[in-house]
Design a protein around this ligand. Sequence first.
Ligand code: ZN
Length: 437
Amino acid sequence: MKLRSGTELKSTHFLQWYKTAHKVIQVLSRPKGRFTVTSAATGILERLNANEVVIGDGGFVFALEKRGYVKAGPWTPEAAVTHPEAVRQLHREFLRAGSNVMQAFTFYASDDKLENRGQTLKITGAQVNEAACDLAREVANEGDALMAGGVCQTPSYLSCKSETEVKAIFKKQLDVFIKKNVDFLIAEYFEHVEEAEWAVQVLKMSGKPVAASMCIGPQGDMHGVPPGECAVRLVKAGAQIVGVNCHFDPLTCVEAVKMMKAAVEKAGLKAHYMVQPLAYHTPDCNCQGFIDLPEFPFALEPRILTRWDMHKYAREAYNAGIRFIGGCCGFEPYHIRAVAEELAPERGFLPQASDKHGLWGAALEMHTKPWVRARARRDYWENIHPASGRPKCPSLSSPEGWGVTKGHTELLQHREATTAQEMQHVLERQKKAKSAV
Ligand SMILES: [Zn+2]
């Protein structure tokens, strides 16, 4: 292996390499905090065509909900307008952790979502999208990062609105992304391949590169379309990058992307691949992923992956041929830093945030307690089995599994708030579903 500076890297001398890599960072650091060898002017497709690793960012709605800027339930991103400093800071932390993509905080920033189920539309989708693009661009310009605008699934689709109506929603968001000159576009978090295809078809109108990412696992979309078929359809719709995000843990998501890659290749098509999973372990989930877990969304903490789990994820994703590797809900900057550290030999440098992080616990050599100093080694952290600290904490849960999706009356959306009668109905429905398990 070679560092881009030409320094030989031998796996048996990892610590020595790590110290060398730190020096490389210092050499490459420029006054405005730039710290890589790739120019920010290089587009997403050029980077992927050159087989470079592109590191994504983490989950903004989950991270900002915990910090008090996003409301769980609607999960909408008004904070881009109301608390720009919080959004900017999170972008900066992901940039320092090694992210090459500043994804504008536009998740669920469509008008139909901003006024769904009792939300009042105080700030329009256009305002949120504009503010989010400005913040992402500002921070992307501080380092080697691209800026992407994103659309995701809509309540209108779940409510069986027409293709024309759903596409008009994406178009409205795209108009802002074009005005703000985003570097590329991401259609992410789609449970149904049909809606994802519609999104890709709209985003393609811009002429900019389009990535399409579905929130599905190896079982496929909510109508049972397998991941491979989803990927082929998305490539045919015009996506140059395909993959999955959210809903499942990293290794499950990598598995789903492998299925996508195999099917795309079998169909004689070409694409790049992306993966942005949860930072939660989800071995007990069915096709709807972590949404069905009884712990979703307020008691997921015992399931969080450690930074060391992230090393395994990054290596698996890389070995599977995936080059756009990031995270979704639960991913904090330290998780992304772990991805960047694992892939430092391939990328040729460590992220800025590694200045404060001894690789594989190396900085613990400076700890006052000798038994903690004894943990300053890779084999200790690589093999740790962390305890939950909860004597009665079960390893797995039983997911809800109502088995309903788009086309079912239970999923029709509306602007009005949930009524007491509706709440009574869902509680009875839940009881029925539980007794059926
Ligand atoms: Zn997510």
